[in-house]
Design a protein around this ligand. Structure first.
Ligand code: CMP
Length: 133
């Protein structure tokens, strides 16, 4: 099984993505693709289409297009659940110490990373982020 973990623009520009990749490797996650790239608005709207009706959607698209992201394809058994546990809750304020969002997230929007929430969304999101790669 494969999933996507994506480091968000502010956590790429402040250099913390190196530590996040290091944490993944130290915890023996199997990274099988890695790419730094920007999102167009169109790609960001497609990527987050499920949130289109939410009031935070325009701000989310601005945020995710504000600079390059670092996308990682990670493979393993039960990998969607494993990675979601590893990153912590959406809101860093509720996250467990030791999780990526606890350590690097600064607000519910600027929560350091995104991870796919199901095998289906993993497939869709990996196709968007790694298209042409
Ligand atoms: P992510 O896991 O990438 O999925 C949707 C993103 O929307 C979320 O992380 C946050 O970056 C952003 N967001 C902003 N406000 C909210 C909110 N109130 N609830 C959930 N997600 C939010």
């Amino acid at each position: 099984m494969k999933t996507l973990l994506m480091v968000k623009p502010d956590t790429v520009s402040n250099g913390h993505y190196g530590e996040i990749i290091s944490m993944l490797l130290k915890n023996r996650f199997d990274i099988t693709k890695l790419r730094m790239r920007g999102f167009t608005r169109n790609e960001a709207e497609q990527f987050y289409a499920v949130h289109k009706q939410r009031e935070f959607f325009p701000a989310l698209v601005d945020y995710i297009t504000s600079g390059p992201v670092v996308a990682l394809q990670i493979e393993g058994d039960d990998i969607v659940r494993q990675i979601r546990t590893f990153i912590g809750t959406t809101n860093p304020a509720d996250a467990t110490p030791g999780t990526i969002r606890y350590m690097y997230g600064t607000s519910i929007q600027n929560n350091a990373v995104h991870a796919s929430d199901s095998p289906d969304s993993s497939e869709k999101e990996l196709a968007i982020v790694f298209s042409g790669f």
